[in-house]
Design a protein around this ligand. Structure first.
Ligand SMILES: Nc1ncnc2c1ncn2[C@@H]1O[C@H](COP(=O)(O)OP(=O)(O)OP(=O)(O)O)[C@@H](O)[C@H]1O
Length: 231
């Protein structure tokens, strides 16, 4: 579904991603893993067009992504839940959701009902300010906002960061439900190993901007965990 080919990225003089190539298969959840600062968020921002590539190619369902500005990439069906959620605290839940609408390819101006079926709490809280929601509710809002464009690929950057353990479990269930019910492909940036094992079908491990290992989640063994994931 998404091919990343020989991608390089720099922040000024600092080389952040090195010749990174990987394929994201359709219908699966690929967990991008690695310690702090290895380049996971940078890679997601390159895919979304929030950061320029130095060299390399990005292909999404036959489209040359790297040539398209960020808003066109969303229009192709790539939903993005950024690290830290980025909810607008003074806007209502409904206003936060509506922010996603202009990126829809079909120019529809109505929120898809499926969002409220998936997240009934957001329906109850439509008129509340984003800043009044709990961390878990804000995360649901951030996911729902990404769904407003009817994506086929959903990118989630550390959705469980700073969230209570019981809600973390619920977010895992939601991700799997999105895949089963809506047929979504997911890229999940995740540092929590049990969560990644539960939700992910595949893993890709980054270390200092390089892809070090990838495969089926069932093949993620203790040696890789020790070398690249434990702190
Ligand atoms: N705007 C920036 N300018 C310069 N360097 C940056 C910038 N953003 C990130 N970096 C550096 O690039 C490297 C990769 O950062 P990135 O945020 O992509 O890592 P990460 O794996 O997502 O980490 P985390 O798990 O902490 O979010 C780090 O060394 C970081 O300090």
């Amino acid at each position: 579904m998404l091919q990343i080919e020989s991608l390089k990225q720099f922040y000024g003089e600092s080389h952040t991603l090195w010749d990174l190539s990987m394929t994201i298969p359709a219908g699966e959840c690929t967990c991008v893993m690695g310690r702090n600062g290895v380049g996971k968020t940078t890679l997601m921002e390159c895919i979304m067009g929030l950061l320029p590539l130095h060299t390399g190619a990005l292909r999404f369902q036959g489209h040359d992504l790297a040539r398209l500005p960020a808003e066109r990439r969303a229009g192709l069906g790539i939903g993005y839940v950024p690290q830290g959620r980025q909810i607008f605290p003074l806007l209502t839940v409904e206003e936060n959701l509506r922010i996603g609408l202009p990126a829809r390819a079909d120019r529809r101006r109505q929120l898809p009902e499926v969002i409220f079926e998936l997240f009934p709490v957001l329906d109850e809280m439509r008129a509340r300010r984003g800043g009044d929601l709990s961390g878990g509710q804000q995360q649901q809002l951030a996911i729902a906002r990404a769904l407003v464009i009817d994506p086929t690929l959903l990118i989630l950057d550390e959705p469980t960061e700073g969230i209570q353990p019981n809600i973390v479990h619920e977010i895992g269930d939601i991700i799997r439900r999105l895949m089963d019910q809506l047929g979504l492909t997911v890229i999940l940036v995740e540092q929590k190993l049990p969560f990644a094992r539960r939700v992910g079908d595949r893993f890709a491990i980054l270390d200092r901007g390089r892809l070090k290992a990838e495969g089926a989640m069932t093949e993620l063994g203790d040696d890789l965990v020790r070398e690249y994931l434990t702190v």
